[in-house]
Design a protein around this ligand. Structure first.
Ligand code: UDP
Length: 285
């Protein structure tokens, strides 16, 4: 299968693609999906992953984030429709907002503040899901919606701003780890190889309804910081900072649907995944 990748590099980087440069089945074009994309030939799949995904990054690009979730999504759905391709939307656990149901099943409608700093991302992704369902129902496009929970792995930007890159860079440099709030809020972290196998399983065996992809192993943010300090063999301390507005207090995927429909579940434990990501950060920090 041949792959055409599009990125405007708002948060990505060309060097992340260097290992694919000489692959004859891989082609890259710098493009912004908000402006429409026209390609010749056939396409079997259209995978729409475009969007800033880190809270500080979407907070500093709110209009672009709203556009890529709405206009960008309709452009990619239009492309899939024109090509008769299967469309996959990379949605997010942020559609659940600051969840009042725990763990979060796909049937939960969420608790989102539309006008807060996370609204540009959360509402854009919720709108994107509505568009995917509308193209499925009105135009019979074969669509998939995955709700991706916190994921980490090699080639995340050092300046990404999310917990794993921040904590790893800080631990490697021997700087204090910036824990927001008292660190009692929880997250559940998935290693990237597990996410990728989940994406492929959804393309092959999924249906049009949303499906959670993530690792249900839940930790507090303070535990995450302490684990990274230990795995890095670092002498860093913890520096408690203000909690950002609307920061979800708890997050853990209910993956029963993915287990049943796809036979998928993560294989890499939290610590093994963090070790692998740490190895990458050691090479770039
Ligand atoms: N966080 C933190 N210190 C940091 C970055 C993030 O304590 O330097 C916290 C953040 O407040 C949140 C959790 O870690 O409670 C996960 O944040 P992240 O930005 O990774 O993603 P989110 O799950 O909020 O989208």
């Amino acid at each position: 299968m041949r792959v055409l990748a599009l990125d405007n590099f708002i948060t990505g980087a060309a060097k992340n693609l260097s290992s694919l440069q000489d692959n004859p089945d891989f082609e890259f074009r710098q493009a912004d999906v908000n402006h429409g994309v026209f390609i010749g030939g056939d396409a079997r799949y259209v995978l729409h992953f475009a969007s800033p995904a880190s809270p500080p990054q979407y907070d500093s690009n709110p209009i672009h984030t709203l556009k890529v979730g709405t206009l960008g999504t309709t452009n990619m759905l239009g492309l899939a429709r024109a090509k008769g391709a299967t469309f996959l939307l990379a949605s997010t656990s942020e559609v659940y907002g600051d969840p009042l149901v725990h763990p979060q099943p796909e049937t939960y409608w969420g608790n989102v503040n539309p006008i807060g700093p996370r609204g540009c991302y959360d509402e854009a992704k919720r709108c994107a899901e509505a568009f995917a369902m509308a193209y499925h129902r009105s135009h019979d496009v074969d669509t998939r919606i995955i709700r991706i929970f916190n994921t980490h792995g090699p080639r995340m930007q050092v300046s990404d701003g999310r917990a794993v890159p921040n904590f790893m860079a800080q631990a490697i440099r021997g700087e204090p780890l910036t824990v927001y709030g008292d660190g009692s809020q929880t997250r559940s972290l998935c290693y990237v190889s597990d996410l990728v196998s989940g994406v492929l399983a959804v393309l092959e065996r999924g249906d049009e309804l949303p499906i959670n992809l993530g690792n249900p192993q839940e930790v507090t943010v303070l535990e995450l910081a302490e684990t990274i300090i230990r795995l890095a063999g670092s002498s860093s301390t913890i520096d408690f900072r203000d909690l950002p507005v609307d920061d979800p207090k708890q997050r853990r995927p209910d993956i029963a649907r993915a287990q049943k429909l796809l036979g998928w579940q993560p294989k890499v434990s939290l610590e093994d995944g963090l070790r692998r990501t740490l190895e990458y950060f050691r090479s770039v920090v």
